[in-house]
Design a protein around this ligand. Sequence first.
Ligand code: HEM
Ligand code: HEM
Length: 490
Amino acid sequence: MKMMLAAALHVQRRRCEPAMPQTAPAHPVKISKNDDEALARVFMGYTVSATVWLIFATFVGILLAYKFGAPEFGPGEWLTFGRLRPIHTNGTFYGWASIALVGLAYYVAARSSRTPLFSARLAWLGLWLFNIAAFVGTVALFLGYNAGDLEYREWPWPVRLIFLAALLVTAWNLLATVAQRSTDDIYLSNWYTMGGVLWTCIIAVVAILPWYQYGLGQVAVSGFYMHNAVGMWFTPLALGIFYYALPKLLSRPIYSYALGIFAFWTNLVFYPIIGAHHFLFSPLPWWLQTTAIVFSVAMLVPVLGGSANFLLTMRGSYGELRHSYPLMFIFVGVLGYLLGSTQGTFEAFRSLQAIWHLTNYTVGHSHLTMYGFVNFAIWGGVYALLPAATGKSPSQLGLALHFWMALVGVVIYVLSLSIGGTIQGLDWEHGLPFIQSVIDMQPFYVWRGVGGVLMFLSHLVFAWNIWGMTVGIRLRQTAPEQVAARGRTA
Ligand code: HEM
Ligand code: HEM
């Protein structure tokens, strides 16, 4: 009883603490101006590099979208759909989102641990390795060299080894940074980012080892890899950003530290087992498929717990949204996480898979989650934290244009594919000729293209904003206190 009371008081105390402990650090570590500058340069380097990949990979996304309406557009083997699609998916996953998230994770780790980065050199080495993998992988795919139809791991295996090396370097550097922290506790964000990097090293090894990669073994590994790439890599890193940026922007602690830890562990218990929901009705053992469905439902626990934590942290501050685009990006990201993941749970039911599997509905889900959740989390984090690192901030016009074009674009994209994909699935279910489903999808493909163009234009504005926050002319000197949402930043 005594212990329970002590635990409850501990949790209560945590909730009352400010965003980051404001008391003197437990084990003071001296942070020099050079350390600050080195960290800012690393953060900038990762963000700029990621932005280049975002523009390239989503330009390819636009080409893909238009090929649905005009298949002859972009002739020649280089521009076939089969080559462009993995270039788009791998480019957005590993060139854009991974690099941007690692840059943010380094910044958050050093700031929340009140310590310099363990090694700026290792961080730059990691950035080179990520870029070499993404570049060589893209060229290989363009030239027609690939590992077959292994989704999200189409790069030839030596290229995936380079990516694995980048992950290992990142894991080492991130853990060593947190290990030399001057605070007693490991801040919540770092649980998520360190967990994400470590899990992904394991997942990447499993995906490369050849011994069980044949027959049904390969199918099982594909499900495991695909879903863990999104669930144990992008998801925890993006959630880690929420846990740091949200309290900073609002100048208040996260609603519940304990709930954050609970969501972390339940995510770890439930996520790795749900990969087989990508292959329902396949020859994979029926019990494995059923287990994947059960755990897809269990995923509601961390998803609802985590989302409630963010929304309750914002409770009473929704008025702030009108004054802060970084906060708006994060708010949309939280909604994207909540809606997209809950949608995923429903998608996993056999009755609904029977309609939606292999239709464009799934592509809508992919973009609601990877775009509506992960992209908005990255943008919110970059706008909240990069100005504090560089002392330069983007213009309000740039922020507004980016936010509204990306939001309207992704809403059009997801709605059109969700409605069109459902019609497509029902056509198949009713046994209509296949061509009927193609004809029925036509208007929705056009709307997807419209949404896609808006999204792409918003990325160009993002690049302009990055210019403003890094190499551009000092638009306005930003005191850390003034950044973003009138809240304190690191
Ligand atoms: C946590 C709850 C989630 C569940 C239960 C879930 C469930 C599903 C299901 C059942 C599919 C397969 C659809 C099909 O093939 O017909 C799917 C696909 C997908 N999901 Fe989720 N999802 C969840 C969260 C997320 C999140 C957070 C992300 C991104 C960060 C994501 C990204 C994707 C992607 C990219 C695909 C497409 C995979 C492919 O290429 O086939 N999901 N999801
Ligand atoms: C301008 C913005 C974008 C456009 C126009 C676009 C377009 C497309 C198109 C046309 C496909 C092929 C769908 C199919 O095979 O039927 C696709 C697939 C995909 N894209 Fe994008 N995309 C964009 C941005 C992004 C971003 C930023 C991400 C990730 C961060 C992303 C992740 C994916 C994924 C995971 C798939 C595979 C979907 C699945 O199999 O379910 N896309 N995209």
